[in-house]
Design a protein around this ligand. Structure first.
Ligand code: ADP
Length: 397
């Protein structure tokens, strides 16, 4: 079951996009609607609210008196927490129930206005943000929804900023243009990314990079992308993965590289990565294991191949190639990946040299496997330089 988190600032067109996704076949779960449902008239949720806040929060017709509750909670942190302690578990239980009833074949779109504010991005396979400029949103709220301008502004000011929302997004749907344009963009997202992502997830199939390595300029988005993926993996693995690090070329600011996010997941013992629960948890969030055994290239001083064994997972997302290296914490391979990254970050000449090596090797070698082989001599040559950098700087991972 593919789970998509969808959000956007008020007036961005979030409900519009949600409606289009529903027409395309998604099962939409509306977080705001569930928040109302769990305290509707005659629910035990409402009874719990009345018990905590008194009969004054119930209207004469037996429904929740929202303004009365709002004023009871306003400015009172403890009251707000008490209210959330009543509503949140009930909303979560209803959400889980709807997902279970939907069955494994449905694509879920969870419409959560405060997804970014509540830092919920780690719960989804993909976060989609509907984006429109502040001025556009204000105009739509006032002109199309008839909201008083002061109200619209006040509500916008209480939400996350556009930048915060974009940083949380795997996909941004821009809704500056016409309704037809946003419809087309949503349909393309559905056809090109969501549907194949779902198919890959169910088949345990990963997205691989092009057979011919393509070097691209450094992308300022890479660190935020890596952070989002790491958050997702951390949420799924918890204590099983005490450390998750962004490594590889995309972790070196300014350096061109292949558009592949390398993440290193540290496990206390490599055997922990073979636990079916570990493998299953990663597969469920879209990172199935591939090639059961993989090895990093040993250094001259540590030639024992057993020291360099790792596990390897990829990503089902057709829009993002990820290489997930699961290594034992503090192992030779773990330390090498971190030292290499830190050395390239610290020494721009080294990074420039690496770019030259990659460019010449990728020009000569079509296939990615040959490309990796052809880079090997340079890796042997740099090892003493990396070690001297580590000694000189007192490097520790
Ligand atoms: P949100 O759910 O993000 O608050 P809505 O989807 O309700 O926003 O959109 C706000 C208003 O703007 C609605 O009246 C909607 O019909 C309208 N709207 C949304 N997208 C566009 C668009 N591309 N062009 C014109 N109006 C739009």
């Amino acid at each position: 079951m593919l789970r998509i988190g969808l959000t956007g600032g008020i007036g961005s067109g979030k409900s519009t996009v949600t409606g289009i996704l529903e027409e395309l076949g998604a099962l939409v779960i509306d977080a705001d609607a569930l928040a109302r449902e769990v305290v509707a008239a005659d629910t035990e949720g409402l009874a719990a609210v009345v018990e905590r806040f008194g009969p004054g929060v119930m209207a004469a017709d037996g429904s929740l008196d929202r303004p009365a509750l709002a004023s009871a909670v306003f400015g009172d942190e403890q009251a707000r927490r008490d209210l959330e302690a009543i509503t949140h578990p009930r909303i979560a239980a209803r959400t889980a129930q709807i997902m279970t009833e939907a069955g494994p074949d449905r694509i879920i779109v969870h419409d959560v206005p405060l997804l970014v504010e509540k830092r919920m991005g780690g719960n989804y396979h993909l976060v989609v943000v509907v984006d429109a400029h502040h001025a556009t949103r204000l105009e739509r709220l006032v002109q199309q929804r008839g909201m008083p301008e002061a109200d619209a502004r006040a509500r916008m000011d209480h939400q996350a900023s556009d930048d915060q929302r974009r940083a949380a997004a795997d996909v941004v749907i821009s809704n500056e243009g016409s309704l037809d344009e946003v419809r087309d963009a949503t349909r393309r997202l559905w056809d090109d990314r969501i549907v194949p992502f779902d198919a890959n997830l169910r088949a345990g199939r990963v997205t691989r990079s092009a057979e011919t390595p393509v070097l691209v300029d450094y992308d300022e988005e890479w660190p935020a992308t890596a952070a989002r993926l790491a958050e997702r993996i951390g949420a799924a693995l918890g204590e099983r993965a005490p450390a998750i690090e962004h490594v590889g070329s995309t972790a070196v600011p300014g350096m061109p590289g292949k558009d592949v996010i390398d993440l290193q997941v540290g496990v206390p013992r490599l055997a922990d990565a073979d636990d079916p629960e570990f493998v299953g948890a990663l597969a469920a969030i879209g990172f199935p294991r591939i090639d059961d055994y993989r090895m990093d290239h040993p250094t001259d001083d540590l030639p024992d191949p057993m020291l360099w064994i790792k596990r390897f997972h990829g990503s089902c997302d057709p829009g993002r190639v990820v290489h997930l290296h699961v290594r034992e914490l503090e192992s030779a391979g773990w330390q090498y990946a971190l030292l290499f990254r830190d050395w390239l970050r610290a020494e721009p000449e080294a990074a420039a040299e690496y770019v030259d090596v990659k460019a010449s090797v990728s020009a000569e070698h079509g296939a990615s496997s040959e490309y990796a082989q052809a880079k090997a001599p340079w890796f042997s040559e740099i090892w003493p330089r990396m070690q001297s950098f580590a000694q000189r700087t007192g490097w520790q991972d």
